[in-house]
Ligand binder design. Structure first.
Ligand code: HPA
Length: 280
């Protein structure tokens, strides 16, 4: 790795931060990443400030239809939240360090907790279409680590521990919130693939043997980056479809989006009340 590369990743991050600080002085406590179907959640914040990704230097902009791109800063109860409405994916052609740049930015702004959400395919046959799954652990071995390259010493250590990525206290909080609101919350391990293709049935059988309960194309790399910086992380997947071979029909993005929309009211309720509880 050349010194130029060191400079690019680090320089871009701090230039992006300076550019963002030219727009807002908001200091969030919690960073929330909205997956498919959850975009409407950003409307629920109070005292909103919307910052378009386009307006931030070096910020990657989503190329996927229906993934609008902006940060929304505001409050939920007495909690100061920054919401990422739209994320970018490695499959769009962005390098991993670009994919995780927004996560690093939100930490630099002040957020010490990261709440990740996504749409995922269900591998665990005890799940059904439309289920919600709290992520208890993940497998990222099939995608390139976003931490490859010179270590950003200002952010974290070279060899970060990943033995407890999803914080136990936050898992308990999610479980309690779900129970209080009669939301059936499954639990399991999320495996990240590169996408953009969905998996083959043979791949899904392999993932099942490896201990994965759900599969998707995002999230785990964001969680890893957040842990590198010492953030506390939690995550919930919306199981929009059963994975290839388990579901007997072919997978398509329209169906994923449709089911994500259908479950969004329950998903929003869970996220909203969990954040309220975090402020107590
Ligand atoms: N596989 C990968 N990503 C996904 C899926 C899936 O089945 N469903 C939603 N996102």
């Amino acid at each position: 790795m050349s010194n130029d590369k060191i400079n690019i990743v680090e320089t871009e991050l701090y230039e992006a931060y300076e550019s963002l600080r030219g727009i807002t002085d908001f200091e969030p406590e919690i960073a929330l990443v909205l997956g498919s179907g959850l975009g409407g959640f950003a409307e629920l914040l109070e005292d909103k400030q919307v910052i378009r990704y386009d307006d931030i230097k070096h910020m990657p902009v989503s190329t996927v239809k229906g993934h609008s791109g902006c940060f929304v800063c505001g409050t939920i109860g007495n909690v100061k939240v920054i919401v990422m409405k739209g994320r970018v994916h490695h499959y769009e052609g962005y390098t991993m360090d670009k994919v995780v740049l927004p996560i690093r930015l939100m930490k630099l702004m002040g957020a010490n907790t990261l709440f990740l959400t996504n749409a995922a395919g269900g591998i665990n046959e005890a799940f059904g279409q439309g289920a919600l799954m709290m992520i208890t652990d993940h497998i990222t071995s099939f995608v390139k680590s976003p931490l490859i390259g010179p270590n950003l010493e200002g952010l974290g250590t070279r060899f970060p521990d990943m033995s407890q990525v999803y914080d136990k206290r936050l898992q308990k909080l999610l479980r309690e919130t779900a129970a209080e609101h009669n939301i059936d919350l499954k639990e399991g391990v999320y495996v990240q693939t590169t996408g953009p293709n969905y998996e083959t049935p043979a791949e899904i059988r392999m993932f099942a043997k490896l201990g994965a309960d759900a599969v998707g194309m995002s999230t785990a790399c964001e969680a890893m980056t957040a842990r590198h910086m010492g953030m506390e992380v939690m995550g919930v997947s919306c199981i929009t479809n059963m994975a290839a071979g388990i579901q007997k029909t072919a997978l398509n993005h329209e169906e994923v989006a449709l089911i994500a929309d259908k479950i969004s009211a329950t998903f929003q309720k869970l996220v909203w009340h969990t954040i309220l509880k975090l402020g107590q």
